[in-house]
Design a protein around this ligand. Structure first.
Ligand SMILES: [Zn+2]
Length: 236
């Protein structure tokens, strides 16, 4: 009995011809909300905003400072008030916004190299470490310790109407992933190459998203089995 993915009724597959079934098996369905958070950590979600297009190029899901700002807002890294202020500022200071976005892309490339190396158990190249330290140092001047409601804590300072704030937030996320040792839970999805955090108790999570990348493989297996049965019937 072939395995039928829970997401589709069984008659859905039996009503398809083989060409249609192949198309279904190739298509990983994922809505935008899932795509944003499949990494399970801000730093990994940030890295996953740039994907290979399968033709040697890349697809940048952010595109520019405006797209990056919207992504930060969608992930609630910044609240609506900050989003409104910075969204207005980017039109007033478009050159500055362009420069910041260049830094954002450079940081994402660096984090991609760094965390991919860590996920694969490889040594991080010294040049990548130099670049990571350069980004990390940029937020030092905007952090200071204060005694708050939960005791001594690190707080942001001098960030009011600062267009760099979203860039600094992703740097902070990457630093915390390294400092906390959380990088040990990073895995690479075999279906889509996304990096993701395996937060499962048994540490056996295989996919960045079980219902998309996970079902993709199951659908492929089903298609292959169906093709095999068809070939055997033709030979009989
Ligand atoms: Zn995946």
């Amino acid at each position: 009995m072939p395995y039928i993915d829970e997401g589709f009724p069984i008659h859905f597959f039996f009503n398809l011809n083989f060409k249609q079934m192949k198309l279904v098996a190739k298509r990983a369905r994922r809505d935008n909300g899932e795509r944003l958070t499949d990494g399970g950590h801000t730093a990994l979600n940030f890295i996953n905003t740039c994907k290979k297009d399968g033709k040697g190029g890349y697809i940048d899901h952010l595109g520019n400072y405006s797209g990056f700002l919207k992504w930060c807002s969608d992930l609630e890294l910044i609240d609506l008030d900050i989003f409104m202020v910075l969204d207005l500022e980017q039109y007033c200071y478009s050159k500055e916004a362009e420069g910041i976005y260049c830094s954002v892309v450079a940081a994402r490339d660096c984090f991609d190299e760094l965390f991919n190396s860590l996920a694969c158990g490889e040594n991080v190249h010294p040049l990548i470490l130099d670049r990571f330290n350069m980004h990390a140092e940029r937020i030092n001047a905007h952090l200071s310790y204060h005694t708050g409601e939960c005791g001594l804590m690190l707080y942001w300072k001098d960030i009011h109407e600062e267009m760099n704030l979203p860039y600094w937030l992703v740097i902070s996320a990457a630093r915390s992933l390294v400092d906390s040792g959380g990088w040990r839970k990073i895995k690479k999805c075999p279906a889509c190459s996304n990096l993701f955090m395996d937060k499962s108790r048994s540490h056996n999570k295989l996919w960045c998203n079980h219902s998309t990348c996970g079902s993709l493989l199951k659908n492929k297996k089903y298609y292959e089995k169906k093709s095999l049965i068809k070939n055997e019937l033709q030979l009989a």
